[in-house]
Design a protein around this ligand. Structure first.
Ligand SMILES: [Zn+2]
Length: 255
């Protein structure tokens, strides 16, 4: 059990399956459930929270097999979203396409129609969405040093920022996953431990396409779904057309 909360007058829990790493909303159990210390989930959580603690790109940065597509939905003043990206993968694969959306509350609030479309694609089996946490507010100060920026900004309350996003998803009928991405991929030891103490796994990248990195076996691909970085999406679509994007796997299979 990761959280407990009230929903429509009933107590519910957000629970994680320690073998599949999938989350579910369940009624409060009558007996206490325990988690074996050597479960797949516990091992991944320990790995994600261990040193070193690089300022940039901490967390899990690659998996074992296939490719993992992650699309960030940071706050954006752009209208709409990268529909061309999601439509291309839906058309390319016949099954529900696994994709992780690292989402923020500020993006949802400003793009209700886009959020609804993504939710529908997930519900209708076109996409198999893992709803990842990218914080509610995604603080950012242009020009400020990285050590005092993003979640390291002085005004940050990371626990509140993470739980506010989870609440925003739950209120909209969406189940939050255990996967988290630091805004700007910037963090320190304290921030990593705040995330892992909430039971979440920080996910970095070894294939940020717009930065010139190219996917290889096991890569976690990062593109932006919010139109803030069209270059990365254009590169992804080119790789897809060239047949260089093989099997996309759900992020739950990363470890
Ligand atoms: Zn972001």
């Amino acid at each position: 059990m990761l959280r407990r909360f009230d929903m429509e007058g009933k107590t519910r829990t957000l629970a994680v399956d320690t073998r599949t790493l999938q989350t579910k909303i369940l009624p409060l159990p009558k007996r206490t459930m325990s988690c074996r210390p050597d479960s797949r989930y516990r091992r991944l959580l320990r790995l994600a929270g261990s040193p070193p603690y690089p300022l940039q790109n901490d967390g899990i940065t690659h998996g074992k097999h296939g490719l993992y597509l992650t699309t960030d939905l940071c706050p954006s003043s752009k209208k709409g979203f990268e529909k061309r990206l999601y439509e291309a993968i839906i058309h390319r694969f016949s099954h529900a396409v696994p994709v992780t959306l690292f989402i923020t509350k500020r993006w949802i609030d400003r793009h209700p129609a886009a959020f609804e479309m993504l939710r529908q694609w997930d519900a209708n089996g076109f996409l198999a969405v893992t709803w990842g946490n990218h914080t509610a507010w995604h603080h950012y100060h242009p020009g400020r040093p990285l050590e005092e920026n993003f979640v390291l900004s002085p005004e940050e309350n990371l626990t509140e920022d993470i739980l506010t996003l989870e609440k925003a998803l739950l209120e909209r009928g969406v189940t939050p996953s255990i996967f988290f991405r630091f805004p700007g991929l910037i963090s320190n030891k304290k921030a990593v431990h705040t995330v892992t103490h909430l039971g979440l796994i920080p996910i970095g990248t070894d294939a940020w396409l717009a930065k010139g990195q190219r996917p290889k076996e096991g890569s976690i691909i990062l593109v932006h779904g919010n139109k803030n970085e069209p270059k990365g999406v254009t590169i992804f679509l080119k790789l897809l057309r060239e047949g260089k994007i093989g099997k996309l796997r759900p992020i739950e299979e990363i470890y």
